[in-house]
Design a protein around this ligand. Structure first.
Ligand code: 13P
Length: 330
């Protein structure tokens, strides 16, 4: 394990004004995204789409890294392997390594993320292909009497994953996502997120994970989508930063939020408000999937002739999010 190198990569992932593009949708998820534009996902259409994103002129100004899916890391852009293509642009390539969330037996409504078996070997292969960091997503669902056991089970898996990543000289993005789909209030999201992060950091420490070489990818503290009372961006920012100050160790160099179903505009404004709060010990950045891609996907609509317009749309959103991450409005 090269600790100095891990720390350096982690810092570069949250470099000033930059954040991470999550383009690691699994085969199932990318089809869900393509359904919006009536396109069938296959390795070629997936590559066409991701090529549109990655070849956007100047986007490296706003992106420190890109999270890839297993299919994409093995593909090429203009005869160059995708991780090399990104690295040539100054963008750090990363890879999603979990195998998705499945039902947790005996706990209806709760999920556990799979993918630990053989993970050490897979990480070595990804590192040899040029990946510098990895991502593992756990999902925590809020509902009647839940979450329950899934917090501890997922935290243990996240810690084992993170330790394996660091052994392979990959920076682990640790993503415990409290979903925002239910009817809960912001306060409930706060309670569940706080508890989740406490347990996650407890397990990371127990597994001797070096926190300076970890990036946290959490949800913001936000009202559930179906809640009758929707908190505003200032309230979201205050609750998020206050909670993180209580539970996220200051050794962690950066927090990169997921967008989790917020609109691109909401994810931008909320990040802006978060960055207006002074004196956070960590960089507070982004690793958005939908909030960065959604508008560009609709403009692209699977057609080559829309490529330039889609890239412009993508670049404009990336710029707005980058400004928000610096506490600047657009
Ligand atoms: P969203 O920003 O669309 O939530 O995706 C981020 C991500 O990588 C989820 O794992």
């Amino acid at each position: 394990m090269d600790i100095a190198n891990l720390k350096q990569t982690a810092k570069a992932m949250v470099a000033h004004g930059k954040g991470i593009l999550a383009a690691d949708e699994s085969s199932r998820t990318i089809q869900k995204r393509f359904d919006i534009i009536g396109l069938t996902s296959n390795p070629q259409t997936n590559l066409n789409y991701r090529k549109m994103l990655f070849t956007t002129p100047g986007v490296e100004e706003f992106l420190s890294g890109v999270i890839l899916y297993d299919e994409t890391i093995r593909q090429e852009i203009d005869g160059v392997a995708v991780p090399k293509y990104l690295a040539n642009k100054g963008i750090i390539p990363g890879i999603k390594v979990d195998k998705g969330a499945v039902d947790l037996p005996n706990f209806p409504g709760e999920k556990i993320t799979e993918g630990l078996d053989g993970l050490g070997g897979r990480l070595k292969e990804y590192a040899s292909m040029g990946a510098k960091f990895a991502k593992w997503r756990a999902v925590i669902t809020i509902g009647e009497g839940i979450p329950n056991t899934c917090i501890e089970s997922n935290a243990e898996s996240l810690a084992r994953y993170a330790a394996l990543c660091q052994e392979a000289n990959l920076v682990p993005i640790v993503e415990p996502e409290v979903l925002m789909d239910a009817d809960n209030t912001l306060e409930v999201c706060r309670e569940v997120t706080s508890q989740t992060l406490r347990v996650v950091f407890d397990r990371l420490k127990a597994h001797k994970v070096i926190l300076e070489g970890v990036i946290l990818k959490p949800n913001m503290i936000i009202s559930g989508k179906k809640c009758f009372k929707q908190a505003g961006s200032k309230e979201i920012a205050k609750a998020t930063v206050e909670t993180f100050l209580e539970v996220v160790p200051k050794e962690v160099p950066g927090v990169v939020f997921l967008s989790g179903g917020q609109t691109p505009e909401e994810a931008t404004i909320n990040l802006y408000e978060i960055n207006l709060i002074p004196n956070s010990p960590w960089q507070l950045s982004y690793s958005y999937g939908r909030a960065l891609q959604g508008e560009a996907l609709e403009v692209w609509a699977g057609k080559e002739e829309n490529m330039a317009m889609a890239q412009k749309t993508f670049s404009q959103r990336a710029k707005k999010v980058s400004l928000a991450r610096q506490g600047k409005s657009s």
